[in-house]
Design a protein around this ligand. Structure first.
Ligand SMILES: [Zn+2]
Length: 332
């Protein structure tokens, strides 16, 4: 009897159709696929990505191991009218290559895997570059020797900006400032200097080179303290729009980054629960509209900016929904 009712509850929770009054389509949960669902809703709201994929016409439209092909198929299907969106092929394609089946996933990790494999497997160098240019944040890592003042500069590019969270109230701007803060590396952290030819006390900092049209911010809520994983529920307030002035801490002297550019939030991947038992959902604002939608697997409903702000976190909302990935679009 218990088994029957749990099956019924599963059916009602995950397979019931939703009214199709909205443009946003729900996705069935195939055993712990909520992470991929939340990411697909975010990618679906990133219309620029499907625009790139639609320029690609592979000769083999049936390759079940090709991530960009299966991504293109599911993003196209999510714009169709039938219910539910048939995306099992995309899920199986990820399972075949990079993701372990039926396990708790990290949305930032899967976000990177999907974009990296899309870039590698698209078999068109121009389109691969377009995917990179759409998401890549370019930074320069500078390691300065405190003895001889020599600075080693290393270019680096990231699909998401990894922001550490302090165990107090945070704001997006505070977290960005901390990311670009200069750190001193001494004692066991000394770094090898090519000029001195030995390990020396050093400084370490990142400088911002360029921001992409789509900026993904990763709020690092998961921490591993001496092998003990835990989640930080602390509040991180983030704005619906910001100007690039909030990146002033990352600018170098010779910087030509404009502080007049503006970004607007259009997707938030949300994590609810703990490190061992969690669930992902997404808030999205498709078609650059004002209206927000909330997608929890197959259930989709209209939502508001106030609901999105409810994912800031804070210990009063412990185990509640907390924003994990923020996707901002540069305003044209
Ligand atoms: Zn040196």
């Amino acid at each position: 009897m218990g088994k029957y009712w749990s099956k019924m509850a599963y059916y009602l929770l995950y397979t019931r159709p939703v009214p199709m009054d909205y443009d946003v389509r729900g996705l069935l949960n195939y055993k712990l696929s909520c992470c991929v669902n939340a990411l697909l809703q975010s990618f679906s709201a990133t219309t620029e990505l499907l625009d790139i994929l639609n320029k690609w016409h592979p000769s083999d439209r049936t390759d079940k191991s090709n991530v960009p092909l299966q991504l293109k198929n599911i993003l196209e299907a999510m714009r169709g009218k039938s219910y539910p969106a048939p995306y099992k092929d995309f899920l199986n394609c990820l399972y075949r290559q990079a993701i372990q089946r039926w396990t708790e996933q990290d949305a930032d990790e899967i976000f990177h895997i999907i974009l990296s494999l899309s870039q590698k497997q698209i078999a068109d160098a121009v389109l691969a570059q377009e995917i990179s240019s759409l998401f890549e944040i370019k930074v320069e890592t500078q390691v300065g020797c405190l003895n001889c003042k020599f600075i080693q500069r290393m270019p680096n590019s990231l699909f998401s900006l990894p922001l550490a969270i302090c165990e107090r109230e945070n704001s997006l701007e505070n977290c960005i400032n901390s990311f670009f803060q200069l750190q001193k590396l001494v004692d066991s952290e000394k770094v090898y200097c090519d000029k001195c030819e030995k390990r020396q006390p050093s400084t370490y900092e990142s400088k911002l080179v360029s921001l992409p049209p789509i900026l993904c911010v990763h709020l690092k809520r998961f921490r591993n303290d001496d092998g003990l994983p835990r989640k930080l529920y602390n509040k991180v307030a983030f704005p619906e729009t910001f100007s690039t002035g909030i990146f002033s801490a990352g600018k170098s002297e010779a910087d030509c980054l404009s502080s007049d550019e503006h970004y607007s939030l259009y997707a938030v991947v949300v994590h609810k629960g703990t490190t061992v038992s969690g669930h992902y959902t997404a808030f999205i604002r498709p078609n650059q509209e004002k209206m927000w939608y909330y997608a929890d697997d197959s259930c989709v409903r209209p939502s508001t900016w106030a609901d999105v702000q409810g994912t800031y976190g804070g210990y009063r909302q412990r185990y509640g929904e907390t924003a994990y990935l923020l996707l901002y679009r540069k305003k044209s």
